[in-house]
Design a protein around this ligand. Sequence first.
Ligand SMILES: *[C@@H]1O[C@H](CO)[C@@H](O)[C@H](O)[C@H]1NC(C)=O
Ligand SMILES: *[C@@H]1O[C@H](CO)[C@@H](O)[C@H](O)[C@H]1NC(C)=O
Ligand SMILES: *[C@@H]1O[C@H](CO)[C@@H](O)[C@H](O)[C@H]1NC(C)=O
Length: 375
Amino acid sequence: MFKLSLILISIVSLTVGHICVWQPRQRGAFNIDGPDSDACYRKPKPCGGISGSKNGKRTKIQAGKAYTVEFQQNLNHYYTNNPGKLDISFAVGLNPVENDFRILKSINDYNPMNQITQTNFSMDIRLPKVTCKQCVLRVRYVTNNPAENDHGTTFHQCSDIELTSKPIKENEKIVKQAEQRILNENKKPNIPKEKNLHDCCAPQSFLTFFVHHIPQIKFYSSGVIYYDKPSQQMRVSLIAGDGESNKAQNGKFDMWMNFTSGLQYYYNIHDKICYVLGLDYFNDWCFGNKYNESEDFVAKDVKCKSHIGLCNQWKNGDFIFEAYAERTKSGCYPAGIHRLSTGEQTDYYYSLDGPFSPEIFQPNELCLKHAISSK
Ligand SMILES: *[C@@H]1O[C@H](CO)[C@@H](O)[C@H](O)[C@H]1NC(C)=O
Ligand SMILES: *[C@@H]1O[C@H](CO)[C@@H](O)[C@H](O)[C@H]1NC(C)=O
Ligand SMILES: *[C@@H]1O[C@H](CO)[C@@H](O)[C@H](O)[C@H]1NC(C)=O
């Protein structure tokens, strides 16, 4: 009995989260092979508990110029009560303190409806016009999510940089491209957050098939999602790539999410290994600011991006969310998530209303008996 409760405690106290930065390269270890990577889990202010070192890797960038920061949200923690953000800040010094950081740019978090989602971001920033041998560029994931409260609810990742007076040959291309994109960005008007009468929610209980495609890396995955609000449960079963390895990019996975117990099981079918993660709160599958989705209504009854038929659209920064324009009395059905900058696309097909048999949400024996807590 003692042993069992010990195991349970260690599982439930597990908090997960995550952000990893490769351009400019973050301090310390780096790994984004799969979701829930240790190297992306850094909480304490100001730099996730990793200090700068004089001889550590330092990226040179020209002061006052544009630059593209590239990072991955290695797990998603969207919180509808108070949606979070991702931001980039800058400070001078080898080990600056929290108050030294100035925010250069900030974007809204987004809701992919699955915590186990790896999303790459490219954010164009302009560096300050100061030269410094030792300075820090920092990416934060401010989740605001109380279920992620371990040393606060914000994830930190610091990269050591040097700001030079002269251009740096190695990143000439990055700077040029970022300058151009910032120019285009500034032309776009800032629209205040508004609710719209087309804002809507998916049915309380439904299933949908999906296909996810990332053109740059020729990645495909497809599967089925079961969503059930009354019982606060979800299930996702998917095949990624050819499904033949144990990698997130090329495997078969089953995920069970029980928002009452706060546990998500992540079963790697190839390896027959099951991981268990702590889960955030249940998010309603909704569209628009009315439901705190940080999504502005764009258009009604437009041609769906990759379906026959008509869709309604919402936008959150780089993401376009679509729901089928035709609603049933149970709600509106998701049609897709489209990324403007990359063409990444998740399409939802053939929705069917629940309720479902309870077995659908029952994790397999192996998960229940031998799940490995991922930390
Ligand atoms: C939206 O956020 C507000 C506070 O920002 C909160 O009071 C409200 O409950 C939230 N609504 C939903 C649907 O989560
Ligand atoms: C994210 O970017 C990294 C680095 O370029 C790349 O290796 C990885 O495949 C990308 N992942 C996704 C999900 O796009
Ligand atoms: C979900 O968690 C609750 C609380 O621990 C538990 O009673 C219930 O049986 C779980 N549901 C499933 C399908 O495992």
